[in-house]
Ligand binder design. Structure first.
Ligand code: NAP
Length: 484
């Protein structure tokens, strides 16, 4: 009952030009709580007409927002940080309800999401250009930065708040207006954030939010409009490829935060307590539904038995339950398909010779649950070593030499995140140099920080979010050759 009241107070219509609007078709989309499988709300299903209205609204707001003094933009962003922080309990609860993640994870996400507004409030007043003398001595090179233009932001369901703010905050700091297309599984958090941004003083039309059942068609319609100059996408590599092909039609600037297949390397000389704590964080934040989640554990022979036993014990002790229950340590997966995929990956590994040393099954209860699982003796051809598991399953493979560890870690098309555990810092840095990965956690199981450049190499993406790099993704350099 309390849950229903909370949801009833939230916006569920499209947010276009500062107004809440039902979709042109009047169709609605069910939002499901993965802990209970109950429908908790219905949101508007945007049509192509709505998409065009959102681009019109973003275009109408663009000149005014670009001309707004950086200090003023900065202060509005700072206010966004304050309001999200003020309402963090409500947002966290909502994230747990529509995504299923444990409340403690949701609280962590909201704090992280808010920080992007604080960080980019500080960056908004530091859009520095550059002046230099041409090497020939015949001119001066003046470089200024301008907002890139209207941005389409497409986000996944696994971090419904943070993936949105990691894009909106730098876009606004740079002076761009935008259209956010959140994931269909988790639209409510996006709309609640939209409401708070309006309260913070973000002018009408600067941020527009559209939910839809037809993501492909809606995004194509927006990308076909020549006024749209930027696409920032976070999601699977598969959809990223589709969007890159589409963006090629109009040569739209793209930032892509795509899938991962993070190796977690534990060397013989690692501090086992630190490695286990790191493993629990790297594997179990969000129940394993993170692009940075440790997907493959490579453990050196001398420490493998002890590490496997300790990890199995810790995973087996985790309390599985409803996302909103404050005692829950591992909530449900986002939907039934996610559980089916995890179960089939575990079955495949076991058929090929892996041994279950914790979990390996679904609890007998309502909701999309899978028990925290550890697999030992995982053979090299097991599918879960090459595919994103996106769930609470830790496959362990034993290695002998540093060269072997590096070769195994790099044997993937992905390159987002890698973890290295060793007491020898020089060895850790040498290994880090050789890993094909945009980010590395050296004796750390979590690396996300708004002040650091987040992103991947290989097929894990293009560009970086966070840090100063994140704002450059929404700026265009203009070079003026001049003598004075
Ligand atoms: P997804 O299926 O790729 O969907 C991501 C977003 O794209 C959703 O909003 C989705 O809308 C939309 N979409 C789907 N098909 C589309 C199309 N043809 N054209 C335009 N948009 C389309 O990914 P997901 O399952 O939500 O998220 C999990 C994936 O995201 C994992 O691979 C994970 O590694 C990755 N991820 C990466 C990062 C990173 O920073 N690198 C961070 C988080 C997650 P609908 O919801 O309506 O389908």
């Amino acid at each position: 009952m309390t849950q229903a009241l909370l949801i009833n107070d939230l916006p569920t219509d499209l947010f276009i030009g500062g107004q809440w609007k039902a979709s042109a078709s009047r169709q609605r989309i069910d939002v499901i709580d993965p802990s209970t499988e109950a429908v908790i709300a219905q949101v508007a299903d945007a049509t192509l007409e709505d998409a065009r209205a959102a681009v019109d609204a973003a275009a109408a707001a663009a000149p005014g927002w670009a001309a707004t003094a950086p200090r003023q933009r900065s202060e509005i962003l700072r206010r966004c940080f304050e309001l999200i922080t003020r309402d963090s309990d409500q947002i966290a609860r909502l994230i747990s309800q529509e995504n299923g993640k444990a409340l403690s994870d949701a609280k962590g996400e909201v704090a992280y999401a808010a920080e992007f507004f604080r960080w980019f409030a500080e960056e908004a007043v530091r859009i520095n250009g550059d002046v230099s003398r041409a090497p020939s001595g015949q001119a001066n090179i003046l470089v200024q930065y301008a907002p890139i233009g209207i941005a389409l932001l497409v986000t996944p369901w696994n971090f419904p708040a943070a993936m949105a703010t990691r894009k909106i905050a730098p876009a606004l700091a740079a002076g761009c207006t935008c259209i956010l297309k959140p994931a269909t599984e988790t639209p409510l958090t996006a709309y609640l954030i939209g409401k708070l941004l309006a309260e913070a003083g973000v002018p009408d039309g600067v941020v527009n939010i559209l939910t839809t059942r037809s993501a492909g068609k809606l995004c194509n319609e927006i990308l076909d409009d020549p006024r749209v100059r930027k696409l920032s996408f976070t999601g699977s590599t598969e959809v990223g490829r589709i969007l890159l092909r589409k963006a090629a039609d109009s040569v739209i600037n793209c930032s892509m935060e795509l899938g991962g297949n993070a190796p977690f390397l534990v060397f013989d000389d690692a501090d086992i307590d630190v490695a286990i704590e790191g493993a629990m964080l790297a594997k179990m934040r969000n129940g394993g539904e993170a692009c940075t989640a440790a997907n493959r554990f490579y453990v050196q022979r001398g420490i493998a038995e002890a590490f496997s036993a300790r990890l199995a014990e810790r995973m087996g002790q985790l309390r599985v339950g409803d996302g909103v229950d404050p005692h829950t340590q591992c909530g449900p997966m986002v939907n039934a398909a996610a559980v089916e995929k995890i179960a089939s990956l575990v079955d495949d590994a076991c058929t090929k010779g892996a041994r279950i040393i914790a979990g390996g099954n679904q609890p007998d209860r309502q909701g999309y649950f899978y028990n925290p699982t550890v697999l030992a003796d995982v053979p090299p051809d097991a599918d879960l070593l090459s595919e994103e598991i996106f769930g609470p399953v830790a496959p362990i493979v034993v290695f002998d030499t540093d060269d072997q560890a590096v070769a195994l870690a790099n044997a993937t098309e992905y390159g987002l995140m890698a973890y290295v555990f060793t007491r020898d810092l020089a060895r850790g840095l040498r290994i880090s140099d050789r890993l094909e990965s945009g980010m590395i956690g050296l004796n750390r199981g979590i690396v996300s920080d708004p002040a650091a450049p987040f992103g991947g190499v290989k097929q894990s993406g293009l560009g970086r979010e966070g840090a100063h790099h994140g704002m450059l993704e929404f700026l265009e350099a203009k070079y003026i050759s001049v003598n004075w």
